[in-house]
Design a protein around this ligand. Sequence first.
Ligand SMILES: Cc1ncc(COP(=O)(O)O)c(C=O)c1O
Length: 371
Amino acid sequence: MQYNFDKIIDRSSSDAIKVDFMKGIWGRTDLIPLWVADMDFETAPFVTEAIRKRCDNGVFGYTCKSDAYYSAIISWVKDRYGMHVEKDMINFIPGIVPGIGMAMNALTNKGDKVMIQPPVYHPFRIVTENNGREVVYNPLQFIDGHYRMDFDALKRDIKGCSLFILCNPHNPGGTVWSREELETLAEICYDEGVLVFSDEIHADLTFPPLKHTPFAMIGDKAKMNSVTFMSPSKAFNMPGLSASHVIIYNENIRSRFKKFIDACELDMGHVFAFISVAAAYSNGTEWLDQCLAYIQKNIDYIDKFTKEHTPKIKVIRPQASYLIWMDCKELGLSQVELNNFFSDEANLALNNGKIFGKEGIGICDLMLPHL
Ligand SMILES: Cc1ncc(COP(=O)(O)O)c(C=O)c1O
């Protein structure tokens, strides 16, 4: 079946943050909104169909997680990543960021040190600070067009940390970490007694021939010393359905996490959560292949366009996902001038690179338009 990614959807009357919150930030609503990480495609038809069918039932009572929900996750991670997971290792979370907050509360203490690698998805810093933990920075190095980890600094600065938050693949750089990098990281964190949270929300959007390596698949040290955060939300464009999950192999870590979750019944989910995850993962391979091919063509377009028309803006081609990190330092503008240039002259609502850390100064972040 050929899926249609060309259909233009008017999101203006759908309470979309991307559209409706522009006014509050830019004071206007006429910009092309490319600042929130969701796509403008319809989600996969089999997801909509599962929701529609459930809607037709008309009774929205308390809902449990079916076997179909668990087996869809288990098969997806096995087929795609060779991960062998059992049902009790999977825990529902309403979203990756809420899940990171919950796990941080369950598994670390106030005042603990948490290492992150800027420039990085800014809620890693915000959640850490808002939960009374201290952020320790291990800036990435930009080498030959890609971000790399600085292991000398990491080894030095990780001492005394209790948690490391890994963005795998990396947002905003679009980096797919190599096995060697993940092995070195796993080794250091294990030796220093630092637990790893691996945010793998962009994993399913890894562009072939590259392959995503779940951190937990690196070896026993990584498996027993990590919490993996996953979701069909980015790949199937359904983050508004608030349905994500964690995979925890280590029984002790799992029971501490579950105790926290159970105390507040944080894994109740909602009536559409489990069926939409099951529908995406059970039917999604072909849809996702076509979606990835479409996204890659859009990346080619942006790359070609900037090379031809704005050569001072360097597009860092993502190895995964639809976020484009655009290095604008050669324009010689201050961050304020750069933001104003994009909104006032290019008519685009983009993310200010600085929110990802001071390493993002002079850079803007663009969520790929629907071309
Ligand atoms: C690395 C990363 N983690 C988490 C999220 C958000 O996840 P959620 O909406 O499930 O909290 C995003 C969204 O852009 C992201 O890029």
